[in-house]
Ligand binder design. Structure first.
Ligand code: ATP
Length: 133
């Protein structure tokens, strides 16, 4: 299968650079797969499971939480707010974060801002846990 160059970075630095067959992640308008030959393109990323398929067919899974993806002249760049490879996700931490967020939401009486923060924390925890499954 044809490959293309992919770079994945976060504010902490470059996490991946290499040739891949495919990158799949959640954009703000739905799931997105980029293959070789994709047209020039740019989108904001949502929160969701992501994966890449390497030249040798190895699949690497990750949690992708926000950012931007672009394809320019066949080269793909993912600049993610947070990109965590499956093996780096701490499931216990995510479960604890999920419980905390659920308790906050159940307690009620939150301001709009507190509600949005708790919801976003819950969504991040759920994405991390689903990648770990
Ligand atoms: P927590 O309440 O556990 O901090 P959070 O969703 O508020 O969860 P973030 O603000 O999204 O955490 O992330 C802060 C930093 O911690 C980021 O660098 C992120 O990659 C890392 N991180 C958060 N949760 C986990 C986890 N379960 N496993 C590995 N890294 C995590």
């Amino acid at each position: 299968m044809r490959t293309f160059p992919l770079r994945i970075g976060t504010p902490d630095g470059l996490l991946f650079k290499g040739e891949v067959e495919r990158v799949v992640c959640r954009s703000i308008s739905g799931d997105l797969a980029v293959l070789a030959g994709h047209c020039n393109f740019c989108t904001a990323l949502g929160m969701g499971e992501a994966h890449i398929v390497l030249e040798d067919g190895t699949r690497r899974e990750a949690a992708c939480i926000g950012g931007m993806l672009s394809v320019i002249n066949g080269e793909c760049d993912v600049l993610a707010t947070t990109w965590e490879w499956k093996e780096d996700i701490d499931a216990e931490r995510a479960s604890a974060a999920k419980e905390r967020a659920e308790k906050m939401l159940a307690k009620g009486g939150l301001t709009d801002k507190e509600y949005k923060i708790a919801e976003a924390k819950l969504q991040r925890a759920l994405v991390r846990l689903s990648v770990k499954e």
